[in-house]
Ligand binder design. Structure first.
Ligand SMILES: CC(C)(COP(=O)(O)OP(=O)(O)OC[C@H]1O[C@@H](n2cnc3c(N)ncnc32)[C@H](O)[C@@H]1OP(=O)(O)O)[C@@H](O)C(=O)NCCC(=O)NCCS
Length: 162
């Protein structure tokens, strides 16, 4: 089935919020997605759509030459099908066209699925925020995809959109 990667719109909000709420212990308030779409110039909001349904979402902030992944999830029914990886790749490719040379994110230390995916993309662990998450005091791992790994990733067809 074909998967379309496109900019998030206001019409997607309900489905995006539903994916966020089912994916995270500390989901964003719906107004945060509204803010990202309407009032935050650095915001780059993307979705993956299949058969008219939003199946994954990603919000990133482009700050000078860095693309910071703020939130990112695939609907549970659609995981392990390559969709999240392709959405992240799409985000990095589009940010590169706007001048990004590095990418940065925070991930829970116990989130093996995400850690595995980011390592596969070439992100390296660059720090730790102890007890960062307020629900269970879990640590946040800081990860950076630095040049030249960023450029190398975009040249690598393996994780590219198919
Ligand atoms: C992390 C997440 C976005 C991955 O989305 P996805 O669409 O399932 O990802 P993909 O199918 O593209 O997987 C890409 C790679 O990530 C790794 N991966 C994904 N899920 C994994 C899991 N459960 N266990 C181990 N590795 C996993 C694998 O290396 C995978 O490649 P492979 O399937 O060829 O082995 C998804 O699991 C999710 O939404 N999790 C909850 C929200 C979350 O944790 N978001 C990240 C916050 S930092």
């Amino acid at each position: 089935m074909t998967c379309l990667f496109r900019k998030m719109t206001m019409d997607d909000l309900e489905q995006v919020v539903a994916i966020d709420q089912v994916s995270f212990g500390l989901p964003w308030p719906p107004r945060s997605f509204y803010f990202e779409l309407t009032d935050n110039p650095p915001s780059r909001c993307w979705v993956a759509e299949m058969d008219g349904r939003v199946v994954a979402m990603l919000v990133a902030w482009l700050i000078v030459d860095e693309i910071h992944i703020a939130t990112f999830a695939t609907h549970p029914d659609y995981r392990r099908q390559g969709i999240g990886g392709k959405l992240l790749h799409h985000t990095l490719r589009m940010a590169r066209e706007e001048g990004a040379v590095t990418s940065f994110l925070e991930v829970r230390a116990g989130n093996e699925a995400a850690l595995t995916m980011y390592r596969k993309f070439g992100y390296m662990e660059s720090g730790l925020r102890k007890g960062y998450y307020s629900d269970n005091r879990e640590d946040a791992v800081l990860m950076t995809l630095a040049s030249p790994d960023y450029e190398r990733l975009l040249l690598d067809g393996e994780t590219d959109e198919r």
